[in-house]
Design a protein. Structure first.
Length: 149
């Protein structure tokens, strides 16, 4: 029996794949657990439309990420920190703090786990941190740390 898999099934196939399985396996396991549907002309039409919708959604997400990358390029996040007598900074500025500042000042929501450069900023001056906004879309945020007066 030919079926279209709705989810990945171990040792059978991946999602949206058309596979040949025994009638009993399809009727007693795959279809009752909603892991597969019967292969028909209508199910192929539905599968193709779902694939098109997913492709459009992926394209939209990538477009939004590219727009956000352009927006981030012009943004500089400002912080102040205490400095010792020899010019070194006390403490660090973490990606979580940068994420919070972007959210409050610029209304940009970025997950702290998306930062490629996970190291905290621990120097006075400008630092550029890379953020993976989407697969193959990398944005750069500028962080400026100045001396607290």
């Amino acid at each position: 029996m030919r079926v279209i898999l709705l989810q990945d099934v171990r040792n059978v196939g991946k999602k949206d794949q058309i596979v040949e399985v025994s009638d009993g396996y399809a009727n007693n396991f795959l279809m009752p657990k909603k892991l597969a549907v019967l292969y028909t002309d209508r199910s192929i039409e539905i599968l193709n439309s779902q694939k098109e919708n997913r492709a459009k959604a992926v394209a939209e997400e990538k477009q939004k990420a590219e727009e956000l990358a352009l927006k981030l390029k012009d943004i500089t996040v400002e912080f102040t920190a205490k400095v010792s007598k020899d010019g070194r900074m006390f403490g660090t500025i973490s990606p979580k703090q940068i994420e919070g500042e972007l959210k409050t000042k610029y209304n940009i929501v970025i997950d702290k786990r998306k930062f490629i450069d996970h190291y905290p900023v621990n120097a006075i001056g400008y630092t550029r941190l890379r953020i993976e906004l989407y697969k193959d879309v990398i944005g750069v945020v500028n962080v400026h740390v100045s001396e607290e007066q």
